[in-house]
Design a protein around this ligand. Sequence first.
Ligand code: PBG
Length: 328
Amino acid sequence: MSQYPALRLRRTRASEWSRRLHAETLLTPANLIWPLFVTEGEAEEPIASLPGVSRWGLKDIVARAREARDLGIPCLALFPNTPRELRTDDGREALNPDNRMCRAIRAIKDAVPEIGVLTDVALDPYTAHGHDGIVDAQGYVLNDETSAVLVDQALLQAEAGADIVAPSDMMDGRVGAIRGALEANGHVNVQIMAYAAKYASAFYGPFRDAVGSRGLLKGDKKTYQMDPANAEEALREVALDLAEGADSVMVKPGLPYLDIILRVKDAFQVPVFAYQVSGEYAMIEAAAAAGAGERDALVLETLMAFRRAGCSGMLTYHAPLAARLLAG
Ligand code: PBG
């Protein structure tokens, strides 16, 4: 038996004030993390496959940090593009305390200390083969050898001033190893956001252009990143990273994995973040350019979807646009 007409769900939707009053989910600039690419030179370098996104030199990166602060964006995520001649099989430039990444962290924390800085812990921007770790003769990424380097990389980033270190490599055991080293070295308040459920995805292409690893990458990342077929395994990954000391966990990519976000949030009640990745950004830009949708609306609707699914926040290249739109 229908409850209609006593119940008309359209009643609360009939006016703007009422829709606002009944909104179940809030989206604010405080939910945004802005990924930024750092380069060697001082000139801005636009990235063709990520229209509207550039690599920045140190001065400009500090300007972006001020812009983010003024927009109410609480946190930046930094990724370096390493000059080709500094990329080696072992990715040792990752451990140079004066590499572009460390200099960018210091420059931002000096100029805009009130903004959070999240750093990527992984070797792919520094390796000649484009993989996230050390490879053996067969090209297999070695787990424990890689993890040991990631520990040193994370410590270096913490010493440079990183507030959140975010291992994106998918090695087993690296969260515990990094947590132990941070504790032993006095970085008790440096957070770990684990890329816990990171899938071997076709949506990372423009990012690999941005950090300059696309042309270098040999093979794929399926022996360490997750199979898109798997959800239970994502819950096991999250459980492990939490047990090892992760403060928050990430699901990546974003929209194609909303089910994973929801299941992780339901199962663990911990802070969950989504990375709306480069390919997702590029799809929205392409849709807008083709007249298939309106950019601003597409951006806000997708970000709201992440919040509805349970995300505390989202990494998105649209962060400054979204923050401007949300400011009205
Ligand atoms: C690698 C890394 C990737 C991204 C962030 N860190 C790509 C990859 O795994 O190959 C992708 C982010 C994006 O596509 O926006 N450590």
